[in-house]
Design a binder for this molecule. Structure first.
Ligand code: SF4
Ligand code: SF4
Length: 277
């Protein structure tokens, strides 16, 4: 019988991914209702969860959220998960392997905790001891029974310092580990129509797309290791202008240029550089 763990480890390692684990499939993990839920295999037994670290440098003068500076993570993560699935299907042809990224119907942070990738922080994100919370998450749900990992890495816990809660410019974190999406700047910069109050919030923000404040103040992120995923270093775009906002292969492309043009206007573009704070 093929060693599934070795196959998974080798396939992830080829893409530079060194943080992955397994947890049992549990219907209670299906918390997000998306059409993708139809892809959960009947008879699912295990979930392979992986973290794709995305810290690629300080970029103090960026006007895009850290994740948005990179080539679209949907493409990068999907391609890596597809490679792992292909390797597993080849070894276990009678089993099903379904990859999920971003529109996952799973509670991805809880899956990550159960699979031993990290712990949940008060900023609601998964914290890994090596890479902090600068992580994209991806999962493979499978009918193959895999041995589960030990939940939550030892020696790490959210410090409870609440620096993330205090620093949040939108007051979106309640201090109990919950996020009010409607107050989150990251959400507002992606919203098509904004109220006058929401426009003010975007105007006061530092970024044209997204918000990294709660992540950047977290002590675990101060010394986050650089991403080992080489694909994230190709074609980094840190400053958005009216001249490059239609760059292909970016995480914001789905929203179309109008929302970005509005955000640039709100933040006040001057020449090629943003004036946001
Ligand atoms: S992304 Fe920004 S606005 Fe949203 S919770 Fe974090 S600090 Fe608050
Ligand atoms: S800033 Fe402090 S409270 Fe917030 S997630 Fe990080 S360690 Fe936890």
């Amino acid at each position: 019988m093929a060693d599934a763990g070795a196959i998974i480890g080798r396939a992830f390692a080829r893409g530079g991914v060194d943080v992955w684990g397994v947890c049992d499939f549990d219907p209670a993990l299906l918390t997000v209702r998306t059409r993708a839920i139809a892809r959960i295999p009947t008879g699912a037994r295990s979930i392979v969860a992986a973290a794709f670290p995305y810290y690629v440098g300080a970029f103090a003068h960026r006007t895009l959220s850290r994740y948005a500076m990179l080539p679209d993570y949907h493409n990068v993560v999907s391609a890596l998960l597809a490679e792992v699935c292909a390797a597993l299907r080849s070894a276990f042809p009678t089993e099903r392997f379904e990859p999920f990224v971003d529109i996952s119907p799973l509670d991805e942070v809880e899956v990550g905790v159960r699979a031993g990738l990290g712990v949940r922080g008060y900023h609601t994100q998964l914290i890994n001891p090596r890479y902090g919370s600068y992580l994209f998450l991806g999962e493979i749900v499978t009918t193959l029974r895999l041995p589960p990992s030990t939940p939550g890495p030892e020696g790490i816990a959210c410090l409870g310092c609440k620096a993330c809660v205090r620093a949040c410019p939108g007051g979106a974190l309640d201090g109990q580990g919950r996020l009010d999406v409607s107050r989150c700047l990251s959400h507002l910069t992606q919203k098509k129509r904004l109220s006058a109050e929401e426009e003010d919030a975007v105007r006061r923000g530092r970024l044209v797309w997204g918000c990294d404040v709660c992540a950047d103040v977290c002590p675990y992120n101060r010394q986050a290791a650089y991403s080992p995923v080489s694909a994230f270093y190709r074609n980094i775009l840190a400053v958005l202008t009216n001249n490059n906002l239609e760059s292909a292969g970016r995480a914001w492309n789905w929203r179309g240029p109008e929302v970005l043009q509005r955000n640039l206007r709100l933040c006040g573009e001057h020449g090629d550089q943003m004036k946001c704070q």
